[in-house]
Design a protein around this ligand. Structure first.
Ligand SMILES: [Zn+2]
Length: 185
């Protein structure tokens, strides 16, 4: 697997095996949120939709950007729906199904099957979720890129709350909140 994707490094295997050391923690929720909004901005500029649709699309991107961490009760989204989050964590563990491209495609496919007229919202959610998965690949814990295979892959070792995390948060905020984002994305 690693030979097919030479730039990827295999991370730990399994659900809850890595100790919660400093390197093992998450990119902060605020960074995920700004990345989701920045991705959503790119999408809405492509759609050029009415303001109310644009607002809903950005909301969908924001929710999508926080959604994978619903498998962690202490996360931004998980803490809002603690019983659900606790159950998901109990059944799947952290960074398994809910951090997989498989779930992203399954959710998008299911939503498009039932309500294709809302494609822009499903896309907005998906792009937000994709931004979360991508960002989590820059943390040493990585994500199970080929779930249900448990092996995780990461691209870098950015630490939570570290200077790179803070820098990314600012960059994504600028991209999300200013017209500069439309040039960057
Ligand atoms: Zn995550």
């Amino acid at each position: 697997m690693a030979s097919a994707l030479p730039e990827l490094r295999a991370g730990n295997v399994g659900n809850k095996t890595r100790p919660a050391g400093k390197e093992g923690r998450e990119v902060t929720g605020i960074t995920h949120a700004f990345a989701g909004l920045a991705s959503g901005m790119a999408l809405v500029s492509y759609y050029e939709a009415a303001p109310d649709v644009t607002a809903l699309m950005l909301t969908a991107s924001l929710i999508g950007s926080l959604f994978p961490d619903i498998d962690l009760a202490t996360s931004k989204l998980g803490s809002k729906v603690k019983p659900v989050s606790t159950l998901i964590h109990y059944v799947f563990g952290h960074r398994t199904l809910f951090h997989s491209p498989l779930l992203l495609f399954a959710l998008y496919g299911t939503a498009m099957h039932w309500v294709p007229a809302y494609q822009m919202y499903w896309l907005a959610f998906s792009i937000g979720m994709a931004s979360h998965l991508l960002l989590d690949m820059f943390n040493i814990k990585g994500i199970p890129l080929f779930y249900p295979m448990k092996k995780r892959f990461h691209l870098a070792k950015i630490k939570t709350g570290g200077s790179i995390d803070a820098f990314l948060s600012i960059v994504f905020a600028i991209c999300a909140l200013t017209p500069l984002g439309r040039l960057v994305f």
